[in-house]
Design a protein around this ligand. Structure first.
Ligand SMILES: C[S@@+](CC[C@H](N)C(=O)[O-])C[C@H]1O[C@@H](n2cnc3c(N)ncnc32)[C@H](O)[C@@H]1O
Length: 190
């Protein structure tokens, strides 16, 4: 039987986003893909809030634009998330990464550990104090496993007094299921 709450990372993400994202917030969807998270964020932040969405695939940007066609509180950027600091010139409350490749599209176009780490650093710089970074990791394919290991090493070195970092993962599922890393920033930028 399928779980109602604890079934997969998508359900977990949908359950938790409203806890972290409130009306008026500034957010970044670092991997818009088909725009599910971008739309959800745009609804949660409402007309006073704003969502920046990044993807390297024009296909993903178009698909997200179509999903948000009734809305105005967003900007979509067809560029790598590692360059987010060039486009986002204000502090943000929440950033989400949904790593890996776009389902039903070219599986060779996927996130890569080097650019992901650069983007995570940029996101941590942009976050406000008590802002949240939500990362969905897919270790089930070879590059995803490398990316997962690189993230683990990177986050383990973040100072505990500056960032709280936790993971949420299924321990009784086969084939390296996706998992979530959630980070709260506890310092203000100088
Ligand atoms: C798992 S999908 C995202 C799914 C999406 N959240 C949704 O709701 O459909 C990962 C996305 O990351 C994008 N991507 C890969 N490398 C990227 C990069 N350097 N910067 C921004 N997006 C990237 C891919 O094009 C792909 O659309």
């Amino acid at each position: 039987m399928r779980g109602k709450y604890i079934e997969n990372v998508t359900i977990l993400t949908q359950m938790m986003l409203p806890q972290f994202v409130k009306p008026g917030y500034r957010c970044i969807d670092a991997t818009t893909g088909n725009g599910h998270d971008t739309l959800f964020l745009s609804e949660l932040v409402g007309t006073e809030g704003f969502v920046y969405g990044f993807d390297i695939q024009q296909l993903a940007i178009e698909s997200t634009k179509e999903k948000l066609k009734e809305r105005e509180n967003f900007q979509l950027i067809c560029d790598g998330h590692e360059h987010m600091g060039k486009y986002v010139l204000e502090p943000v409350d929440f950033v989400i990464f949904n790593l890996g490749y776009l389902p039903r599209a070219d599986k060779n176009i996927k996130t890569h550990k080097t650019t992901t780490l650069l983007a995570i650093e940029a996101a941590l710089r942009l976050l406000k104090c008590h802002g949240i970074l939500w990362v969905v990791v897919y270790p089930g394919h070879e590059e995803g496993a490398e990316e997962s290991q690189a993230l683990k090493e990177y986050f383990a070195l973040l100072e505990q007094k500056k960032y709280s970092v936790m993971t949420s993962k299924f321990v009784n599922q086969r084939n390296n299921p996706p998992y979530v890393i959630v980070i709260e920033k506890k310092i203000t930028n100088e």
